[in-house]
Design a protein around this ligand. Structure first.
Ligand code: ZN
Length: 430
């Protein structure tokens, strides 16, 4: 068992504080109840690790009652319904199969929440622990994501033309963008995550309805704290990146593209078979493909025009995010492994120049090379030939080249930067 809530293990961590503002639109009673639920979550989370007891059952029941009490404090029908369904689920978790897909199908306008056992992200472990999180829908960013959705047919045609004519989309999942304002339990450990996949992260792997919930303010903060800082370190001038809110639009457009990119296959879904050969490798290449499909979707002429995405700005933001992911440690996270695959490909082909002192990025070479890499991966990984897929993973995935990982990470430095939330809702008296 881990002896600290920090992960991955490191000799030192750099912790940056991030304020989570208490929303102004919620009633004092609602804020007070949510504050209470956060405290209750911590108690349940701590007690569950120690023992199973009647006290725990009583606390879990209390949480259900609080959701029932919260529901009438909201006017929006889906927010109310979400609270009633959550209360039902907390009162009897055997009804998850019925209730969780209904929650994933909601479109709340006032409050989005999750309470209950949630996946830990530590080492892709399958364990889950008690958590809760609360957020307000973010309508302006939701619109960016909705544009990506509405233009997905055009994006698919674009990818069929650019990458593989037989690409097809499996059923995808909905996307809900919120600003987080309260979080407790496992979901509030380290590192902070800005996206959860429901109901999978609540333990229901197969669901007819799914949705990704994105904490937009956390995502923005990660970019601002770490990616923008990295840009300054590389000597980029301020004018090379737009302001924070514009960057946030790019990030959401690409990240929704990434999510949609997970649904793209050729002929059939080959990943369950690849997972049996090499689970880590399969997760990494899936993340890399989703990243790349998401990026290329942003180049679809209708998307770029509709969301006013500048190619050079997008390339720079993507590069910085790739670097941020990579520096988290390519052996610790599948998405960092995905960044490893892309970074090394771009480096081999001259888009990235890395010397002992300098790191240079050439945006003009970026798109042709990312398209080449995507065609290569689509051919090697998605064509249904397990041996070719395995050969690709052996050649490109970091866990098959630990000595190369050591060398590159010694040069780039593994980041141990963490966010800690300052939750202003905790000032609301109980
Ligand atoms: Zn992904």
């Amino acid at each position: 068992m881990f002896t600290t809530s920090f992960w991955p293990a490191a000799a030192a961590y750099q912790v940056s504080m991030m304020d989570l503002d208490a929303p102004e639109n919620l009633s004092p009673k609602a804020l007070q109840t949510i504050h209470y639920c956060l405290r209750l979550t911590e108690a349940i989370n701590q007690l569950e690790a120690a023992c199973e007891s009647r006290l725990l059952d009583a606390l879990r029941e209390e949480m259900s009652i609080q959701c029932f009490r919260l529901a009438p404090l909201f006017d929006d029908p889906d927010t109310r319904r979400g609270l009633f369904l959550r209360a039902e689920m907390l009162a009897d978790d055997s009804c998850g199969k019925k209730v969780l897909p209904q929650i994933a199908g909601l479109n709340e306008q006032q409050l989005v929440l999750g309470i209950g056992n949630t996946s830990t992200w530590v080492g892709k472990s399958r364990q889950s622990f008690y958590s809760s999180w609360f957020g307000e829908p973010a309508p302006v960013l939701q619109e960016v994501s909705d544009v990506m959705d509405s233009l997905f047919p055009e994006s698919l045609l674009y990818l069929q033309k650019e990458i593989a004519a037989d690409l097809l989309a499996m059923p995808g999942c909905a996307y809900k963008i919120i600003n987080l304002f309260g979080i407790a339990g496992e979901a509030n450990t380290y590192p902070k995550h800005f996206a959860y996949f429901f109901p999978e992260d609540e333990g229901l792997k197969y669901s007819p309805v799914k949705r990704t919930v994105v904490f937009a303010n956390t995502y923005q903060q990660l970019f601002e704290l770490f990616s923008r800082t990295e840009a300054a370190r590389m000597g980029w001038t301020e004018g090379m990146l737009p302001d924070s809110q514009v960057c946030q639009r790019y990030l959401i457009a690409w990240f929704r593209g990434h999510d949609l990119g997970h649904s793209l296959v050729r002929n059939e879904n080959v990943f369950p078979a690849l997972s049996k050969i090499d689970r880590w490798g399969s997760m990494m290449v899936q993340e890399a493909l989703a990243d790349q499909f998401g990026l290329l979707m942003c180049l679809t002429p209708q998307v770029a025009a509709g969301l006013q995405l500048d190619r050079i700005v997008l390339a720079r933001i993507y590069f910085l995010e790739m670097l941020r992911y990579l520096r988290r440690g390519p052996l610790s996270y599948p998405d960092a492994g995905a960044a490893w695959i892309q970074f090394n490909y771009l480096r081999e082909h001259g888009c990235i120049d890395l010397s002992a002192e300098t790191l240079d990025f050439h945006p003009d070479l970026f798109y042709p090379q990312m398209a080449d890499l995507t065609r290569l991966m689509s051919e090697e990984l998605l064509s249904g030939d397990a041996q070719r897929a395995q050969a690709f993973m052996l050649q490109y995935c970091p866990h098959n080249h630990p000595e190369d990982v050591d060398i590159l990470m010694a040069r780039l430095g593994t980041t141990n930067d963490m966010i800690e939330y300052n939750q202003l809702i905790k000032r609301v008296p109980l």
